[in-house]
Structure formats: structure tokens, C-alpha cells
Design a binder for this molecule. Structure first.
Ligand code: IPD
Ligand code: CA
Length: 258
């Protein structure tokens, strides 16, 4: 993806802001599953970006959260889109929600944009070209000691049946780090590791659109992202996610897999 196309995509993502605010004036919430919501905002943003990206890049198909996620072929190129990551936050007026877009090609993510229209923070990263927040280069934290680490976790709200095995893992980590956060947006969590606000983020069984776009932003900022067994991410399938600064990877893997 050349610079000109990168700018075009960033601009398209930014253009969702008035649409998001407009749609929020007549918000309608539907429950897809337990604690799993979709609103007219999610649907409108997805429709807008599907059309806009389709017009600019007709050869790249879209995979997106709202009923646009069937038939993934690893040999093809895709946009992977979460129109609103942090839908519960959107409904509750937390202002921690983001449009998250990744470009999957040749088995990896080569470009990603994560945009929070409430804070006007736009993160992007391109393979081999660095990661940026509102145009300024970002880097992960070089803090040396895990006891000073801020770790963010996802509570897997749609899978409460797994909470009994999950929370002891969080407990182990909590007892060894400085403190926890729970933002409610996986994409923002990964970007917050990328820009040094926190040192790690972990969650079980995330969907491709939750982690793909942000993964390249983190890598380009010097961070690492794998599954909980330290394996490469699948991008077109669900995965447990461990996003962290390199110096805390070993200790986190140990605490997760005791
Ligand atoms: C959710 C958020 C949340 C995470 C959930 C995701 P959504 O995405 O990223 O932080 O805990 O697992 O599904 O549903 O708001 O797009
Ligand atoms: Ca979503």
C-alpha cells in the first residue's frame, strides 16, 4: 500500500466521525447474544466504509463484524473491519470506542488504522514504515520492571462459562504487576500498549476484527503480539491475544501458562 493510498484510507476512516455522531442521536440497540450488542451506529459505519473502500479498491474484499464474515480464503487480500470496537462503551457514553481497519495480504496484516472519534486519536501503522498517533511516531514503553507494569485485560463477557479458569490467570498477573485496566475496546487496548500508556493487554478468543488492525500498529511501535502459546496470529480466525512490550513477554507467558 503506497503512501497516497494510505492517506486515502486514513481519510475515509476519519470521515466516519460525523456519521457516528449523527447516528448516535437516534441510537437503537439490539442484543446479538449475551452482553453482545449491535447498534445502528455499527451498521451505518460498516455500510459507509464497505461502499467507500469498494469504490477505491474494488479488488479487495471486506470481512467485517456485522454479518460480513463468511468465506475467508487465506490466499486472498481483505480489509478486516470492526465498524465500532467497544460497542458497550458507545452505548454507555464512555467515549472509548474505535473504528478499526486492517489490511490482510499474503498471510499478514500490512496496514492498520484505529480511530477514536471521541478523543480524536488516530493510530496507524504500515509494515516497515513505523506507527503513528495523530501523525507523530510512537514507541512502546522501555520500562524495565514488571512490578511497575500496567496490564489491561479483556473479561470475555460473551463467554462467562470460562471465567472460572480465566480469572485465576488474571489474579496471578495482577499480583505481580502494578495495576490492571479494562478499557472495553481491544483495538484501543493494543494501541495503548503501542504508544506506551500500558505495558500489556490480554484477552481470550478475540475475533479477527478486534485485533487485526491494531496488531501492525503495535509491531511497528516495537511491541509483540501472539496467541497465549506464543504462536503467530491467524488473522482470519479467532485467537487468544497477548499484546505486550518485548521485555515482559517471557514473564507474561509464564504467568498465563502456570
Ligand atoms: C469487544 C471489545 C471488548 C472485548 C470484547 C470484544 P465489540 O468488541 O473489544 O473490549 O472485551 O471481547 O468483542 O463487541 O465492542 O466490537
Ligand atoms: Ca464491534
Amino acid at each position: 500500500m503506497n503512501k497516497e493510498n494510505q492517506s486515502k484510507i486514513i481519510e475515509l476512516v476519519r470521515q466516519t466521525k460525523p456519521l457516528i455522531f449523527q447516528e448516535m442521536t437516534h441510537e437503537k440497540v439490539t442484543e446479538k447474544g449475551a452482553a453482545d450488542y449491535v447498534t445502528n451506529v455499527d451498521v451505518a459505519v460498516q455500510k459507509y466504509l464497505k461502499e467507500a473502500l469498494g469504490n477505491e479498491f474494488p479488488d479487495i474484499a471486506l470481512i467485517a463484524e456485522e454479518k460480513e464474515n463468511l468465506g475467508m480464503d487465506p490466499d486472498k487480500s481483505y480489509w478486516i473491519l470492526d465498524p465500532i470496537d467497544g460497542t458497550t462503551n458507545l452505548i454507555r457514553d464512555y467515549h472509548l470506542s474505535a473504528v478499526s481497519l486492517g489490511l490482510y495480504e499474503n498471510g499478514e496484516i500490512t496496514f492498520g488504522v484505529v480511530y477514536n472519534p471521541f478523543t480524536e486519536e488516530l493510530f496507524y501503522g504500515a509494515k516497515g514504515e513505523g506507527a503513528y498517533l495523530n501523525g507523530a511516531p510512537i514507541q512502546v514503553s522501555d520500562q524495565p520492571e514488571f512490578k511497575d507494569a500496567v496490564v489491561s485485560f479483556g473479561s470475555s463477557p460473551y463467554e462467562k462459562n470460562r471465567a472460572k479458569e480465566l480469572f485465576p490467570i488474571f489474579y496471578n498477573i495482577f499480583m505481580n504487576c502494578a495495576d490492571f485496566r479494562r478499557t472495553g475496546s481491544a483495538a484501543l487496548d493494543i494501541c495503548y500498549v503501542a504508544c506506551g500508556r500500558q505495558h500489556a493487554y490480554l484477552e481470550q478468543n478475540l475475533k479477527p476484527w478486534d485485533y487485526s488492525g491494531a496488531s501492525i500498529i503495535l509491531r511497528e511501535a516495537g511491541g509483540t503480539i501472539t496467541d497465549w502459546g506464543n504462536k503467530e496470529l491467524p488473522y482470519l480466525a479467532n485467537s487468544d491475544i497477548l499484546a505486550c512490550v518485548p521485555q515482559f513477554r517471557k514473564i507474561l507467558l509464564k504467568l498465563i501458562n502456570v
